[in-house]
Design a protein around this ligand. Sequence first.
Ligand code: PMP
Length: 392
Amino acid sequence: MWTDTRPAAEMPRLFERGGDLISFAGGLPDLDVLPLEAISGQLSRLVRLGGKLAFQYTTPHVAKALVPAVTDLMAREDGRATADTLVPTSGSQMGLMAVGLGLASPGETVLVQTPAYPGATAAFRTAGLDLSAVPSGRDGLDLDGLRRTVHALRADGRTARLLYCNPTHQNPTGATMPVERRRELLAVCRELNLLVIEDNPYGLLSFDGSTTTALQALDPENVVYLGTFSKIFAPGLRCGWIAAPEHLVPALSRTTEVIALSPSALAQAALAAFHTRGGWNDLIDGYRASYRERCALMADALERELGTDGPWQWERPDGGFYIWLRHRDGVDTGRFTAAAAEQGVSFVPGSHFGIGGEHADGLRLCFSHVPRGRIAEGVARLAQALAAPAAP
Ligand code: PMP
């Protein structure tokens, strides 16, 4: 039974009632950056030369031709994988579901870094798992809190074996956990016997081109890494991967096979061709430049419209798609959604990123796909909405 509708909060169409609405809600990439003509040439060549095979079922393995692309992309954050440690997915959303179904049993508790991507919490809940929040800030997770929570759960007879986190340019806060804190987190997870689930769609999307060593690179035997082409190529291909310790690969491949039989042969072939032709450096640079510019437009407008000593606090992210605002006095931002709709702007209220209503004082703004010329106007509308008396 479907128990949670929150991934829908990611879908901008729910927020876009047409007309003049400026949506800061959905996390969509800026596909103007995609070199469509080159891709179209590669696709037609692929169909001509590969013929029917690109349209056939395949096996639940990452296509041989795509493995070099995956290992190249992971190596940019020092990550390591081989064909034997990779499981293909139709994007990380499926990876989350595969982890929830394949690596845990219903009734178990997953520790979740919060605020958290609502699609992750929904996937784990749908797999029958309970959730327990581990609060995090700019510096990463509260490790003493993590220890206390795990000990309390276990003292209560509960099984808690997985920790989910999104350590780089996090959705929704934009925060990146420093490497030293990553080492500490991994040591604590070893001490507590927790397997780490590293969800990393935004890792290559820093604004200055720098990268941060992935958790997977620091402890490959205790990290299950979820990678995706959604944000560094395009989400419409529905293509991603899991890099896991080898002993977990059979359980994960069985689960992905049950969910989707096999990955898309056509999508994998298209991505492999794009990699062979050396497309990724320019594409990632293009995405970075687009997001750097859009983020600056949004942050500058927020400074102008909301000031820096008012009730709203935020930090300029250094990568990713999002700016996370928080109300100093803990006001529930859901109370501004009606005023925002009236002004013609939308955002995702913070309660979507908690696991039981917490983080309601937060508000996620996505800049990645908003036309440059509309960002300042959207922020001005937002400021009007936030200045309106909050609905009860
Ligand atoms: N994890 C996070 C943190 C995300 O932000 C998203 C997409 N918004 C996903 C997973 C799912 O991405 P996909 O299924 O397109 O790979």
